[in-house]
Design a protein around this ligand. Structure first.
Ligand SMILES: *[C@@H]1O[C@H](CO)[C@@H](O)[C@H](O)[C@H]1NC(C)=O
Ligand SMILES: *[C@@H]1O[C@H](CO)[C@@H](O)[C@H](O)[C@H]1NC(C)=O
Ligand SMILES: *[C@@H]1O[C@H](CO)[C@@H](O)[C@H](O)[C@H]1NC(C)=O
Ligand SMILES: *[C@@H]1O[C@H](CO)[C@@H](O)[C@H](O)[C@H]1NC(C)=O
Ligand SMILES: *[C@@H]1O[C@H](CO)[C@@H](O)[C@H](O)[C@H]1NC(C)=O
Ligand SMILES: *[C@@H]1O[C@H](CO)[C@@H](O)[C@H](O)[C@H]1NC(C)=O
Ligand SMILES: *[C@@H]1O[C@H](CO)[C@@H](O)[C@H](O)[C@H]1NC(C)=O
Length: 600
């Protein structure tokens, strides 16, 4: 409320025909008649035909309304082009007009959900319609499921703004028909390389809910640390970074509940059989191999890992599968999503030279290859994973099918997460008949461009470029980041990941997720790496990057994402700045080209 005293000053500076605000992600279809602003009552009541027994709708509207009232939001960036710096029309029309406006002010949000029991699982209908008409005192929302209705709330809370005089307004009339292009819209958080606290995970979920992302892919552990409490093997958390850097069962269930309340699924990933050392080695040292080897990037022929520290599951040792089954089943009981990510990336052959079981297995039959070994894993582990329930859906990284060391025969019902070679691998996987989650590192890896994290690196010890025509590590090179450079929001937003796919191939794309590997990220910077870039992905997979004529709308997205960044910060999500604030306040002044069609 204190803030509202300052808004009138701001309002006269910057606004506004921007009552017609520009929510992110842009709805599939939004139409306005332009009859001007309509007032809101001091309290807007939810009237829902029914609610879930855990009050998804009531809690969702409560959150939205509290945000609307406490933020008294004024769009930070107006939709371009915008005509003039007009202040809001002041209400000089006298009592009769005042009375009229009060009469028709918005007092209710009427929500009708047709299938109240629809569970939050892959493919659930997330569509909604939202309508505010000139003569109605209600916002009318219709949605097949509560999950669609939640999306309507996050749109509505962006449409309702301050009138600059202590009141709230919404532009009338407005009609929205909205639904996502893709059912899988995610970000990936990595709590294995560095710990990320529960509160910071909640912060990501807040940003996701506002941008309608619906999957948190949680890469929980890695070779470096094991943060999850496992009752079957309490010793596993001896490999957490500290006794404070642990996820108890309650913590994990709380994340699931917090996410569910916002329409977000949580899909856990336990990366196996690669990237495995911490935790497992406490249970049975024989089930992991090469854990104490030198990772050997400096003598590449001997390397046992692509980053420190090494460790992979022993695929031939029988005991491995008992531990895997128990851990996997315990975690499956905690995460209600039908989908579970079981890793399967980056197997390093040399690691297995440290395993007695594997070397003997190779010696038994000299025709055996590492591909046979990968197949052994698939044949022995997948039945365990699949066995958890008949509705279980597995995800694996594409490596198990496409890398040099790959299995021969991976069931086609496993969803592949793509990360290498952009369009080429998307095309290969969909051609083979796999459903695909797009996470192409050249476009969507949010950790790229930070330089190398491995220490003792002489390549940084270069004072000048001895020869300008031969780039080195520091001059014209990649600066030590394998996937350099940094992926800007425009890089993400402009990614046409269905380019050149046949219709049959394109149908295999279930969506996209932006990973943030956490070697150089923890609570301090996790939010600024995700946001607002994840919002560019969010719109790409919700309503796409093109307008009705099929032209790229990146230029139009600019003001939307600049406003949304301010909105995230106002909502407590520590999103990084994208431009000097001047660019946000003066649309198009910071465009690279005057020609607005240059991005195609
Ligand atoms: C968008 O909605 C308006 C109003 O309901 C309708 O007239 C128009 O045809 C819709 N446009 C598209 C592309 O669906
Ligand atoms: C909702 O009700 C169903 C059926 O009674 C029950 O199985 C479920 O646990 C309840 N959910 C919550 C969150 O209370
Ligand atoms: C590991 O073992 C394989 C199979 O015996 C062999 O071809 C390879 O050279 C070994 N790697 C190293 C680094 O010794
Ligand atoms: C694993 O178990 C199978 C049968 O249960 C047995 O034939 C095999 O020798 C065992 N392998 C190892 C490496 O212990
Ligand atoms: C699958 O589960 C059943 C019963 O729960 C069990 O008997 C069977 O051994 C399991 N199979 C695998 C491969 O884990
Ligand atoms: C798509 O296919 C066309 C025609 O074969 C080709 O010219 C173009 O380079 C392809 N685009 C990409 C991005 O591969
Ligand atoms: C703007 O850029 C587009 C794409 O490069 C081009 O087709 C068009 O001719 C340009 N318009 C002008 C006025 O230069």
């Amino acid at each position: 409320m204190l803030l509202s005293r300052f808004w009138p000053v701001f309002v006269t500076l910057v606004t506004v025909s921007a009552v017609k605000v520009n929510p992110l992600p842009a709805p599939r279809n939004i139409s306005w008649t332009g009859s001007g602003p309509k007032n809101l009552a001091g309290f807007v009541t939810l009237r829902a035909t029914q609610d879930t027994n855990d009050s998804i709708l009531a809690n969702g509207w409560d959150r939205a309304w509290k945000t609307i009232v406490s933020l008294q939001w004024v769009p930070a960036a107006t939709e371009a082009p915008f005509p003039s710096f007009q202040p809001f029309p002041t209400d000089t029309a006298g009592l009769s007009k005042r009375a009229k406006r009060a009469l028709s002010s918005i007092q209710y949000v009427d929500v009708a959900v047709s299938d109240i029991d629809a569970d939050l699982q892959h493919g659930v209908d997330e569509s909604y319609t939202l309508e505010v008409t000139d003569d109605s005192c209600s916002v009318v929302i219709q949605a097949p499921t509560v999950w669609g209705a939640l999306h309507a709330f996050t749109t509505l809370q962006q449409l309702i703004i301050s009138d600059g005089q202590g009141g709230l307004i919404i532009e009338q009339s407005v009609k929205i028909q909205d639904a996502p292009l893709y059912p899988y819209r995610g970000i990936m958080v990595d709590t294995g390389r560095n710990f990320i606290s529960i509160n910071k995970i909640y912060e990501q979920l807040d940003g996701m809910s506002l941008s309608k992302l619906n999957v948190l892919h949680w890469h929980m552990d890695d070779s470096q640390s094991w943060p999850m409490q496992i009752d079957a093997y309490p010793e596993m958390i001896l490999d957490a970074y500290s006794s404070r850097e642990i996820f108890s069962h309650t913590d994990m269930r709380n994340v699931v509940a917090y996410a569910r309340a916002r329409g977000i699924r949580v899909i856990p990933e336990v990366d196996m059989p690669g990237h495995s050392a911490a935790g497992w080695k406490q249970v049975d040292p024989e089930m992991v191999t090469c854990v104490d080897s030198w990772w050997s990037n400096d003598d590449w022929a001997l390397h046992t890992a692509v980053e420190p520290v090494p460790g992979q599951m022993d695929i031939i040792y029988n005991g491995t599968y008992d531990v895997v089954r128990n851990v996997y089943n315990e975690l499956s009981d905690i995460f209600p999503d039908h989908w579970f990510h079981v890793g399967a990336d980056e197997l390093q052959p040399n690691c297995y030279n440290f395993s007695r079981y594997v070397t003997e297995w190779f010696a038994e039959d000299p025709s055996r290859t590492y591909n046979d070994l990968a197949q052994y894993w698939v044949d022995h582990a997948v039945p365990i994973f699949q066995n958890y329930s008949s509705s279980r859906q597995l995800i694996m990284w594409e490596d198990i099918v496409l890398s040099t060391e790959h299995a021969h025969d991976v069931p086609k019902n496993i969803v592949m997460q793509n990360w290498n070679n952009g369009l080429e691998y998307i095309s290969k996987l969909t051609e083979l008949g796999y459903d695909v989650i797009v996470s192409s590192s050249d476009f969507m890896y949010l950790d790229c461009g930070l330089g190398g994290f491995v220490t003792n690196d002489p390549r940084y010890d270069v004072m000048s470029n001895p020869d300008a025509s031969t780039p080195n590590f520091n001059y014209g090179g990649n600066g030590g980041s394998w996937c350099a450079p940094y992926k800007t929001w425009q890089r993400i937003y402009d990614y046409d990941f269905t380019t050149n796919l046949t219709d049959a191939q394109a149908k295999h794309i279930v969506g996209a997720a932006a990973p943030l590997w956490s070697e150089q990220v923890d609570d301090v910077t996790v939010s600024s790496h995700f946001w607002p870039r994840a919002a560019a992905l969010a719109e790409l997979v919700w309503s796409g990057n093109r307008d009705e004529e099929g032209n790229k709308r990146t230029t139009w997205m600019t003001q939307r994402i600049l406003n949304f960044r301010e909105y995230l910060v106002a909502n407590g999500v520590q999103a990084t700045a994208l431009v000097p604030k001047y660019c946000l306040q003066h649309p198009h002044t910071c465009d690279l080209y005057r020609n607005q069609s240059v991005v195609q």
